[in-house]
Ligand binder design. Structure first.
Ligand code: FES
Length: 569
């Protein structure tokens, strides 16, 4: 083991060493802790405002036990946390800010290795992005999914929020019943119980090799969640001794594996933005086309909501992600190394499926082709994405007239209006919900069906926006249109009644309006002034990259290493 980074603080003599150690000792730390023990930072995204991560102080204690057992010196520290359900206007607006907090907190402190405690959607990518920019030995522990909700003998979880909400709009259930379901759905610690974004991110972490095997699916309330936290605490100390830095794991092959596995689990579309951003930090070349090329033909191997039937808890009992990895061995980079020092294929060699209705074999999948399709056209010259496994097959090739909402306020004002002129073959277009235009790209892309069509029994329509979609949602929804409308591309110029051609098999999305007419409209177009002229949001709007690049801030791409050149005294 080379000299520990933390000894640049705790190993010093004279006044500096005195200062670095003395104040730490007020926590009751014996002197020998400072003598060449690997210092392990436990980067905790705990917050009572992030309910999915509210149990993380307890989880941190398990990590600490493991660190101590392995001869390390654990130090827990807080970072900004992002609770998906509470943060306005959207947690995505702050993903990059949180990543900066993680990055700078790690680099600025006497830390040799890091355990990232992550759970609710954005806390995972933000933590990985920040840690990647420092590139120390790093291991991830996810908080785990909630137990499946139960309401009147039925299973309920996050995807049902959309179903119940539509049922309540259609008058099928009362407001009282709608409220009663709340407490039945979120009945235990943990993040959303479906294959939404949080579970997708937990699977991403395991696919990338950034966690111990089985990390993705162990329920938060299961005692084995604490066990994996403790084992991760032990392992990170060894990783420091082996100098197993993050960039040794996060190779191009690891990212390709994550894309393939995300397709096989029917993961969230948000995965695209987050994986691109992490790749940008660690310095791996990755493009939107990689997701289509590597993932779109991968079969769907899990039967989990929102596209399927079961929940994360069931997935774990059925064998979890290692079974899926084993099934995909023929298409994965099997030698990709993981945090435990073994390859992905070695880690899954004893995996066994205990429920074939939840995890299918590669040869007999639930769907022949899953993953994300990337479409291009004059509406989205830099791309837009769709998750065909969550869409209506008959709408994959379609022509329809645009029903346009210039912004989310117009959408909310009109969607329940009985006078809204729309039929089921029309295409809903929602503008100004992109990274700059909202700002922060909220999960509103799966906009609700107009009330008058809902009443007629219409359950799906083609919808296009520059926003995102919750990983727990579904429908024929084109998302992440790039460039977004706030950038003044063709998407900004769509008008009511324009014809749009959708052709997913040929990867096309076009506005059937002449170039001359578009030129006339472009000359009249002016960007909306959102009035953000100070603070982080001002900087965000100025520097955020478009969705096809991952939505990171321009100046955050790459890494600055773990080196700090100047002392504090
Ligand atoms: Fe936190 Fe769904 S709201 S994971």
């Amino acid at each position: 083991m080379s000299k520990l980074r933390s000894q640049g603080w705790f190993g010093k003599t004279g006044k500096d060493g005195f200062i670095y150690r003395a104040w730490m000792k007020n926590q009751g730390i014996p002197d020998d802790e400072f003598r060449a023990k690997p210092v392990i930072g436990i980067c905790n995204t705990w917050s009572e405002l992030t309910p999915c991560n509210a149990h993380f102080r307890e989880l941190a204690e398990s990590v600490k036990k493991g660190v101590l057992e392995a001869g390390g010196f654990p130090v827990e520290f807080p970072v900004m946390s992002l609770g998906e359900t509470l943060i306005k206007p959207t947690a995505m607006l702050y993903r990059n800010l949180m990543s900066m907090d993680v990055e700078e907190s790690i680099r600025a402190n006497p830390i040799d290795g890091v355990v990232l405690l992550v759970g609710c959607d954005k806390t995972t990518p933000a933590s990985l992005m920040g840690a990647a920019s420092v590139d120390l030995p790093t291991i991830t522990v996810s908080g785990g999914p909630m137990l499946t909700g139960k309401y009147r003998g039925k299973d309920v979880a996050t995807s049902d929020v959309w179903r119940w909400s539509e049922a309540s709009r259609a008058g099928e259930i009362s407001q009282e019943e709608f409220r009663l379901i709340e407490g039945c759905m979120a009945r235990s610690r943990g993040h959303c119980a479906v294959m939404g974004t949080a579970s997708t991110m937990a699977c991403m972490v395991e696919s990338l090799g950034m966690s111990l095997p089985e990390n993705a699916a162990i329920p938060a309330a299961d005692s084995r969640r604490k066990v994996i936290a403790q084992l991760s605490g032990r392992r990170i100390v060894e990783m420091v001794r082996e100098d197993m830095i993050m960039s040794k794991i996060l190779t191009r092959e690891a990212f390709e594996n994550a894309i393939i596995l995300n397709a096989a689990i029917g993961g969230s579309t948000n995965f695209v933005l987050h994986l691109l951003a992490i790749a940008g930090r660690i310095g791996v070349e990755l493009t939107l086309d990689d997701f289509d090329r590597l993932g779109s033909q991968i079969p769907l191997l899990v039967n989990l909501q929102p596209s399927g039937k079961y929940f994360m808890e069931d997935f774990y009992y059925a064998g979890g992600l290692p079974v899926v990895i084993k099934e995909l061995q023929g298409v994965l980079h099997q030698d990709a190394i993981t945090v435990n020092g073994h390859s992905l294929s070695v880690n899954c060699q004893n995996a066994e499926c205990f429920n074939a209705d939840i995890i299918a074999t590669y040869d007999n999948p639930f769907q022949e082709a899953s993953g994300i399709a990337v479409v291009y056209g004059n509406l989205c010259p830099d791309g837009a994405i769709i998750k065909p496994s969550a869409a209506t097959p008959e709408l994959m090739k379609h022509r329809g007239k645009a029903v346009v909402f210039e912004n989310i306020e117009e959408f909310h004002a009109k969607i329940n209006d009985p006078e809204l002129s729309a039929d089921e073959s029309d295409i809903l277009v929602l503008k100004n919900v992109g990274l700059k235009g909202y700002p922060g790209m909220p999960e509103v892309g799966n906009m609700g069906i107009p009330k008058n069509l809902l009443d007629k029994g219409v359950t799906d329509m083609v919808r296009i926006s520059d926003g995102r979609m919750s990983g727990t949602a579904y429908g024929t929804v084109f998302l992440h249109v790039s460039p977004e409308s706030a950038e003044g591309g063709v998407f900004a110029l769509v008008e009511k009644g324009d014809e749009i051609e959708v052709d997913v098999p040929n990867r096309k999305l076009n506005l059937l309006v002449s170039d001359e007419e578009l030129e006339v409209r472009k000359n009249k177009w002016t960007p909306e002034d959102l009035g953000f002229n100070r603070g982080y949001v001002h900087m965000y709007i100025r520097d955020v990259e478009q969705a096809h690049l991952g939505g990171d801030l321009k100046f955050l791409r790459g890494k600055s290493s773990s080196e700090v050149t100047r002392d504090s005294h």
